[in-house]
Design a protein around this ligand. Structure first.
Ligand code: NAD
Length: 291
């Protein structure tokens, strides 16, 4: 099986490296020179164009910033790949965009799977990503081993676009949790409760969440959380805002009144405007403190 991997950035680079480490032959391309260099060091056969990397490929995996780039790259690759090749997009893009791209490829005799991920750069590096895979189930099963080489939890989500749908929903919940937790932690501090005591109680109670037990916005209770290191590194606020915008697109297209989703999307728009795009999204606690 010949694999082309396009988009060798923070996520795609280590994902492609894990495929190589598991014995797959991977050709790759990225527009950025440092990404190409790092990929070459990890055993990826790096080419100078999408077309060259995709020549004769049975599978093309894309890991790119947005759907416009996914469309451009696929348009360039599809004339070069093997007949009936499968395109797997692991980028986070809109549900509707994934469905359109899949329908176009299917008309042209190709397969398309949307397979966004959760787990961040750490998960990409450690091959512990959670994949939300959707599209034709037989095509998914035929490529399951690729997902297993890059991730730990692989869930088939149903019809085309459903992977992106679950991802958008998950990240909307995550943002709501992080804001709710930040409000509660600031309020409890002001009521005189020690943050460690708050942690000890709530992490074992009904208010617990990943936002508290892994991404605690106050330094101390969870020493590995980004708050202990000036909110760096982590899941960048800019990426959270991107995901919330996609969730709001989905809310609009389905006529869903996501009251809290809309509010947190506005809060994260403001956080990016205020210059926090590069910090972990748990930095929202500082905005709560500021009022
Ligand atoms: P990134 O910016 O580090 O990587 C994207 C790469 O695509 C870059 O190296 C860039 O040079 C390359 N690229 C851009 N245009 C290209 C083109 N025309 N041809 C080839 N390469 C091109 O971003 P990332 O963090 O790796 O994220 C990739 C995708 O994964 C995004 O859709 C993001 O939303 C999603 N995602 C990211 C995380 C995370 O924690 N970083 C987690 C889950 C999902």
């Amino acid at each position: 099986m010949k694999i082309a991997f396009i988009g060798l950035g923070n996520m795609g680079g280590p994902m492609a490296a894990n495929l190589v480490a598991k014995g797959f032959e991977v050709a790759g391309f990225d527009v950025a020179e440092p990404a190409k260099q790092a990929a070459a060091e990890n055993g990826i056969i790096v080419h100078d164009t999408v077309a060259a990397a995709s020549a004769g490929a049975d599978v093309v995996i894309t890991m790119l910033p947005n759907d416009a780039l996914v469309r451009t790259v696929i348009a360039e690759a599809r004339g070069e790949v093997a007949a009936g090749a499968t395109f797997i997009d692991s980028s986070t893009i809109a549900v509707d965009a994934a469905r359109e791209i899949g329908a176009e490829l299917s008309e042209a005799g190709f397969s398309f799977i949307d397979a966004p991920v959760s787990g961040g750069i750490f998960g990409a590096t450690e091959a512990t990503l959670a994949f939300m895979v959707a599209g034709d189930e037989q095509v998914f099963e035929a490529h399951r081993h690729l997902f297993e080489a890059m991730g730990r939890s692989i869930t088939y989500c149903g019809a085309l676009g459903n992977g992106q749908a679950v991802k958008a929903c998950n990240n909307m919940i995550l943002a709501i949790h992080q804001v709710a937790l930040s409000e509660a932690m600031v309020m409890s501090e002001r009521l005189g409760v020690d943050p460690q005591v708050f942690y000890d109680v709530v992490s074992n109670a009904t208010g617990s969440s990943w936002s508290l037990t892994k991404n605690c916005p106050v330094p101390g209770p969870v020493p590995t959380s980004p708050a202990n290191n000036d909110f760096k590194p982590g899941f960048a606020t800019a990426l959270m805002l991107k995901d919330l915008r996609l969730a709001m697109q989905a809310a609009e297209s389905t006529g869903t009144n996501t009251v809290l989703g809309k509010i947190v999307a506005q809060l994260y728009e403001q956080l990016v405007e205020d210059g926090h795009a590069g910090e972990d999204f748990s930095v929202i606690i500082n905005a709560v403190r500021a009022h």
